[in-house]
Design a protein around this ligand. Structure first.
Ligand SMILES: [Mn+2]
Length: 267
């Protein structure tokens, strides 16, 4: 682990924390423009500029016990994923919840694998511009473009929202919901994992990402969708790419979601 003792996300020691932030700066299967390896670090840095107080929750972030564990050490793809899976399993075994910071979207696979060992009725809410439902991508089964397909194969139900890009086959095997359909689909679920690819936002709201797609959600629309999820037991925010960003808009947006939804989901 690479730890960040001065992280502004940190409000508690590990033992007393309810929530653990884990950076996974994996940036290996990114196809178009790399840079997500810098995501966790930049999100931590810009978090400093946010108010501690969250008006949406009428609470201070610092009232939540959050431990920033630092980043998973990245080696080759498979050992990095194995290490992520091992650490996340330990965190849930200790009775805590995880907020994962990417890194590329592939990191959701080991996180969800471990979380699903603790909740056998886990459902994934996937917010993204892309389905990530390809069977393989550039000859790889383990890729950001296949991550939701691999999760589905674990027997875990995935709800897609905000999707506007994918291969014909992906549109045939999966569907993206309207806001009202999402409302219905999330009703009555007892354990939800939220996986947020920042490119679900319109590129005008989140330019700093490797595969921007026009026609995305506004920030307010994203917040409305995120608020529909109840009984959330884990969250990741992925695909923030600081080298491609403009005025830190995308990192600040990710930091703001982290502040408001760590409180909303786990507070
Ligand atoms: Mn995407």
């Amino acid at each position: 682990m690479n730890t960040y003792p001065m992280s502004f996300l940190n409000t508690a020691e590990y033992d007393e924390a309810e929530v653990v932030v884990l950076g996974v700066p994996l940036d290996k299967t990114t196809c178009f423009k790399p840079g997500t390896r810098f995501g966790p670090r930049r999100i931590r840095d810009v978090f400093f500029g946010l108010e501690d107080y969250s008006p949406m929750n009428k609470r201070y972030y610092s009232s939540l016990k959050v431990h920033d564990m630092g980043d998973v050490v990245i080696n080759d793809l498979q050992s990095s994923l194995n290490e992520t899976e091992r650490i996340v399993e330990k965190i849930y075994g200790d009775g805590k919840k995880v907020i994962g910071l990417g890194g590329e979207h592939t990191i959701t696979l080991p996180i969800v694998k471990s979380v699903s060992k603790f909740y056998d009725d886990l459902v994934v809410l996937h917010l993204d511009a892309h389905f990530d439902m390809a069977d393989e991508y550039e000859g790889q089964k383990i890729s950001h473009a296949c991550v939701m397909r691999r999760i589905t194969e674990l027997g875990i139900n995935v709800i897609h929202y905000g999707i506007r890009s994918g291969d014909k086959e992906e549109w045939e095997i999966a569907k993206t919901l309207s806001f009202d359909e999402l409302k219905g689909a999330l009703e009555g679920l007892s354990h939800v994992y939220v996986s947020l690819d920042i490119d679900v936002l319109d590129p005008s709201f989140a330019p700093g990402t490797g595969t921007p797609e026009p026609g995305g959600l506004s920030y307010k629309e994203l917040v409305e969708a995120l608020r529909l999820a109840k009984n959330v037991v884990g969250l990741d925010i992925v695909e923030v790419s600081p080298p491609l960003d403009c005025n830190d808009i995308t990192s600040i947006t990710a930091a703001r979601i982290l502040r408001d939804f760590s409180l909303y989901y786990f507070g």
